[in-house]
Ligand binder design. Structure first.
Ligand code: OSB
Ligand code: MG
Length: 369
């Protein structure tokens, strides 16, 4: 298969509710949609990079630059013989995993549609229904947060993840745990702490948390290993794991017991699958994280989460939690049991609403034609 054209769309979508992490509050989200065409078929991928380099150094602007000036030209005239990692093709660009992932997702969708198969089957997934949870941001008050937890539980979500930061952590978790004694609960610090906080973080061990996600620096393995040795709560790494080798290093050092896999962060669905495999070899469970994706990235995440070692509920929530109008039809919904039924259709299995892409686009351009 040859890629005839690639169009990039920069979308800006208002969130139904602001989202606050240890690095700040956002009211809308910016992403790139990669629209790749081959022989009249259209494949879609997503770069959920956001406007500012907070979670990652990548932004929608850096991804635009990297795709337009380096990655897309590399695809010109290139025969892609099978769905799979296109990482070798892009290895000449260091880093910029989100930009690479957006293209790999679009190519996978193209192959799925060409072969009339859902992308999860091409990836080797097995699940027809995936368990799911929700990630709840920092609120102005604890009662506000408790209300959000109640809402999420009434929708069926199987586990609640709370964003924490210094001064919004142990006391907040204590109150939530008191109100919901048996709910599967986890916390995510997005690198808000250092090893000097060990004594404070140890207090979280009292609340039966499934895990603490990325408590320390975004590029660290050594301090996380020291922390894991001193706390009972399993450490889960998110930001620190960008590749198969990162995952291997983390397991060798004892830096974590769980990995949050985001295909955008690790360079695409096939790198994500390799990390899934190395975790499985270490008998460590994984789950599928999210970056506030539109329905396009969300569909790719659902596909990834059908792989067998995605045994923990992920951060793949219903479209309505993020956006009043998603760009896919039907929107992603969550069952009262807290599961998402895996799509049956070819490729990403959802119809992409081109009119909505147009409505939310602030810029679009053919980067390969
Ligand atoms: O650390 O998992 C994270 C959102 C934006 C940036 C980082 C993270 C998150 C989430 C939300 O936790 C996941 C989602 O619901 O898409
Ligand atoms: Mg995280």
């Amino acid at each position: 298969m040859k890629i005839d054209r690639i169009e990039l769309l920069h979308l800006k979508l208002p969130l139904v509710h602001f989202f606050e992490t240890s690095f700040g509050r956002v009211y809308d989200h910016e992403v790139l949609i990669v629209r790749a065409e081959s022989g009249g078929i259209v494949g879609y991928g997503e770069v959920p990079a956001s406007a500012a380099p907070r979670y990652s150094y990548e932004t929608v602007q850096t991804a635009w630059h990297i795709i337009r000036d380096f990655l897309a030209p590399r695809l010109k005239g290139q025969e892609i013989v099978a769905p799979g990692p296109i990482s070798e093709l892009f290895a000449f660009v260091r880093g910029h995993n989100m930009a690479k992932a957006g293209i790999e997702m679009a190519v996978l969708d193209l192959f799925g549609k060409a072969q009339n198969k859902p992308i999860w089957q091409i990836l080797g997934g097995e699940r027809t229904e995936i368990p799911t949870g929700v990630s709840l941001g920092i609120e102005d008050t604890v009662p506000d947060l408790i209300k959000r937890v109640e809402q999420a539980l009434s929708k069926g979500y199987q586990r609640i993840k709370l964003k924490i930061k210094p001064r919004w952590d142990v006391d907040v978790v204590a109150e939530v745990r008191k109100k919901f004694p048996t709910v599967p609960l986890s916390v995510d610090a997005n690198s808000a702490y250092t090893l000097s906080d060990v004594e404070h973080l140890k207090k979280l061990d009292a609340y039966d948390l499934m895990m603490i996600e990325q408590p320390l620096s975004y590029d660290d393995y050594v301090d996380h290993a020291k922390l894991q040795a001193q706390i009972k709560t399993p450490v889960c790494l998110d930001e620190s794991i960008r590749s198969y080798d990162d995952a291997r290093r983390a397991f060798e050092l004892g830096s974590c017991r769980i990995i949050n896999i985001k295909q955008a962060r690790v360079g695409g669905p096939y790198s994500a699958k390799m990390i899934h495999n190395v975790a499985k070899a270490h008998k460590a469970p994984v789950w599928c994280g999210g970056l506030l994706e539109t329905g396009i990235g969300r569909a790719h995440n659902i596909a990834l989460a059908t792989l067998p070692n995605f045994t923990l509920p992920g951060d793949i929530s219903a479209s309505e939690r993020y956006y009043a109008e998603d760009v896919i039809d039907p929107p992603v919904t969550v069952s009262p049991q807290g599961t998402i039924l895996v799509f049956r259709g070819a490729g990403i299995g959802y119809n992409v609403l081109e009119k909505r892409l147009a409505r939310y686009s602030v810029r679009r351009e053919y980067v390969l034609s």
